[in-house]
Design a protein around this ligand. Structure first.
Ligand code: DC
Length: 225
């Protein structure tokens, strides 16, 4: 039997990354940060000097990504692209915006599909993204669509960046998130939308612990873990 998958989809800044990491660690399951693959493809394309609208060339980069995910003793994930540590570059708003652009290209999504499915290994997988429940793992026994208001998501991104010592303005974060939402939700392939059988979870008024507990309770009742 295929290893069970919990999919966590939703817009940027809803807390998917944090929750996916906590749930995966709690269950001892694998973790797929699919956004990182789109960000890596964008970053590798920029480094190679490729025009981000050149679908064939960006898809080639996606298919040939030389990536390694290393877990540090502090349980942080280090990302190596062609041997170069790129974890910081990956998280910038610039890389996020470039990722959102190339994520709209069908051949790029196709090139990343198998790579994502390879993460489905025993004892289970927590998959974080935009189309985990609709396209990549449609058979997943538990699908969650995690949202939060635009203002709350911008505030969280702001706090996160500030913690990392990166300067940002709430106004520009609001604008960038809104643009990204619009592009992710309106693209023709695999647009951001909840799977029909997804459970909607609005985290605007919830703490990380509260969201985590709801997901763990759902996993226990749906999957028996
Ligand atoms: O979750 P994130 O911010 O790291 O994602 C970066 C971009 O990648 C996001 O704007 C949309 C795209 N993405 C996607 O299209 N499909 C996914 N499964 C994950 C991310």
């Amino acid at each position: 039997m295929a290893a069970p998958v919990i999919t966590l989809d939703g817009p940027g800044g809803a807390g998917k990354g944090t929750i996916a990491k906590l749930v995966a660690r709690h269950l001892g399951w694998h973790l797929l940060d699919s956004g990182a693959l789109y960000r890596l493809t964008a970053l590798a394309s920029l480094k190679a000097g490729i025009d981000l609208s050149n679908e064939a060339q960006v898809a080639d980069i996606a298919a040939g990504l030389d990536v390694e995910f290393k877990v540090t003793p502090e349980l942080d994930i280090q990302v190596l692209l062609g041997g170069e540590e790129v974890s910081q570059q990956l998280r910038t708003e610039e890389t996020g915006a470039a990722a959102s652009l190339i994520a709209a290209l069908p051949s790029v999504r196709g090139a990343l599909l198998d790579r994502q499915r390879l993460f489905q290994q025993p004892p289970g997988l927590v998959a974080d993204g935009r189309d985990m429940g609709t396209v990549v793992f449609p058979q997943a026994p538990l699908k969650i669509f995690l949202t939060a208001s635009l203002e709350e998501r911008a505030q969280r991104r702001y706090n996160q960046l500030k913690e990392q010592g990166v300067s940002a303005s709430i106004q520009s974060l609001l604008r960038e998130l809104a643009e990204r939402d619009e592009r992710d939700a309106n693209r023709k392939v695999a647009p951001l939308r909840p799977a029909e059988d997804a459970i909607m979870l609005d985290s605007t008024e919830l703490s990380i612990d509260e969201v985590f507990n709801q997901v763990i309770t759902l996993a226990a009742s749906r999957i028996g873990v």
